[in-house]
Design a protein around this ligand. Structure first.
Ligand code: DMJ
Length: 508
């Protein structure tokens, strides 16, 4: 990853992370020469998975495996450069799944040893592996069975490249095992809302907070996206809908009357006496987009309580009233209001960019506001005032623009972009994290995370295209690192063509 101020870099996991994470962004933006440079570098055998240090399995999966799989699909990969490299990466990571509890959170490529890094793991890491591993498994089967992963006829084995047999055919089985352990654990919790810290061995949840910010976020994201990626098998949406019902009943709150709607963090057990912390990570700003994806693609979420028999209409109406939401609110209404809050996290700051964490002035929730500066009902602690060029808000703006066509979402995206241009751009190259959005004179950190190219710039770019052939959301699903993956079991070219026909039909 880039250190833009010192014009150096640091070798995260030893896998050329920025280049691999950015491959599909280069393709999408038409930066063909830069793409070819990276592709040739990979093709010439420069990318090795041999680092003798602990590398995070979740980050490797979402950034490197996801990036390689997306590049494989978008570039057509006729000589298998990316599929082969993804297979080599998977082979090097497989020992991380060699256990009976959750996966090992780290892998040392040199020793091929998995380790569990902290006493507690988290549901976001364990629950966010499945799309990428199943994408690889599906493509390997397709490659082996000449496009038909269900065929028993294997053709002439001797003509298949040897790298195909370096991983088992069910290469995603470890990721599936981990996910099933989590889902089983979820059954013990109301609405399947698991406190985000989990132990490695017995997979029993530790005491902790139910949250959709750091350590919880993408577990909930993949409840929906795994269903979408798997081509929406009947009933597969229930886990996601139940979780969202629980989120609406227990985590949603409104800052003072008429103020911003936000998502707090709840201590377990959930119930009438649940204590809610009025604190929302910028990471939670992926949720408006996720909710709108469920509505637009999954055709779910028109009502609250669809999947939770225990939630009767009276309880829902009472809750909607308490939250000052219209009585017919479904997921999209919540998405749009949360989007307003995420936009306010940018617009209200002196720098026009969001802090890492916001707090809210809310009568019915706890808030620790020592050392915080308030801008109306939204506050920022000085220790949480940094901006890491994160993607979640622009991701949701892209998805909500797709779902509603409202210009306000493009306008907000443009404002955010101009602020990064003004404050984070480094004249000699790159963009840098910002120490505090509370100061009018930004102080920059010597770091540009790989997700800035992989996600933030990609979503901003996609927010401004109306071309119906560009990633119709019923043909592709974006992994949590913004790598588009074709939905499994469809012919993606037919799907895109049908989508385009539908859009032309609508407008003629
Ligand atoms: C990204 O690596 C992914 O979006 C992840 O799910 C959350 N954190 C970063 C971006 O903020």
């Amino acid at each position: 990853e880039l250190s833009p101020l010192s014009k150096t870099g640091f070798n995260t996991f030893g896998v050329a992370l920025t280049a691999i994470d950015a491959l599909d962004t280069l393709l999408i933006m038409g930066l063909d020469a830069e793409f070819e440079t990276v592709r040739d570098w990979v093709k010439n055998g420069n990318l090795h998975f041999s680092s003798n240090s602990d590398s995070n399995v979740f980050e490797l999966t979402i950034r490197a495996l996801g990036g390689l799989m997306s590049a494989h699909h978008l570039s057509h990969d006729i000589d298998d450069v990316f599929l082969k490299t993804a297979t080599q990466l998977a082979a090097a990571m497989l020992p991380a799944f060699d256990r009976k509890g959750l996966h090992f959170t780290s892998i040392n490529f040199a020793t091929q040893q998995g380790t569990y890094q902290n006493a507690n793991g988290c549901i976001a890491e364990a629950g966010t592996l499945i799309l990428e591993w199943e994408a690889l498994e599906h493509s390997l089967k397709a490659r082996r069975y000449a496009g038909d992963p269900h065929s028993a006829a294997q053709g002439d084995e001797s003509r298949l490249p040897s790298w195909l047999s370096t991983v088992p055919l069910d290469v995603a089985s470890g990721a599936r095992f981990t996910l099933n352990r989590l889902h089983t654990l979820g059954e013990a919790y109301d609405y399947g809302l698991i406190p985000s810290a989990v132990s490695s061995e017995g997979v029993t949840a530790k005491h902790g907070l139910v949250k959709l910010g750091a350590t919880g976020d993408s577990y909930y994201e993949y409840l929906l996206k795994h269903w979408v990626h798997s081509n929406r098998p009947p009933g597969g949406e229930v886990g996601y809908l139940r979780a969202m019902d629980g989120v609406f009943m227990h985590l949603l709150s409104r800052a003072e009357s008429g103020g911003l709607l936000f998502l707090g963090e709840a201590s377990h057990p959930l119930g009438p006496d649940t204590r809610l912390d009025a604190k929302m990570d910028h990471l939670v700003c992926y949720l408006p987009g996720l909710l709108s994806l469920g509505v637009a693609v999954g055709k779910i979420g028109t009502l609250w309580g669809e999947a939770s028999p225990a939630m009767n209409r009276d309880a829902v109406q009472e809750r909607l009233l308490a939250l000052e939401l219209p009585s017919n609110s479904g997921h999209l209404a919540v998405a749009e209001e949360l989007m307003t809050t995420c936009i306010a996290m940018y617009d209200r700051m002196p720098l026009g960019l969001a802090p890492e964490i916001a707090i809210f002035a809310a009568a019915n929730a706890r808030v620790n506001s020592s050392s915080a500066t308030f801008f109306g009902d939204l506050g920022v602690k000085h220790s949480d005032a940094h901006n890491l060029l994160r993607p979640e808000t622009v991701e949701s703006l892209f998805l909500l623009y797709r779902a509603t066509g409202k210009q306000i979402y493009r306008d907000a995206g443009w404002r955010i972009w101009t602020k990064w241009e003004a404050h984070a751009r480094v004249a000699t190259g790159g963009y840098a994290d910002i120490n505090s959005v509370l100061s009018n004179e930004p102080d920059l950190r010597d770091k540009q995370e790989s997700f800035f190219l992989a996600e933030t710039l990609k979503y901003l770019f996609l927010l401004f295209t109306d071309d119906p052939s560009v990633f119709p959301l019923d043909c592709y699903v974006f992994n949590t690192e913004a790598h588009p993956l074709p939905i499994l079991g469809i012919d993606v070219r037919d799907c895109v063509a049908n989508s385009m026909r539908a859009v032309v039909g609508e407008s003629s």
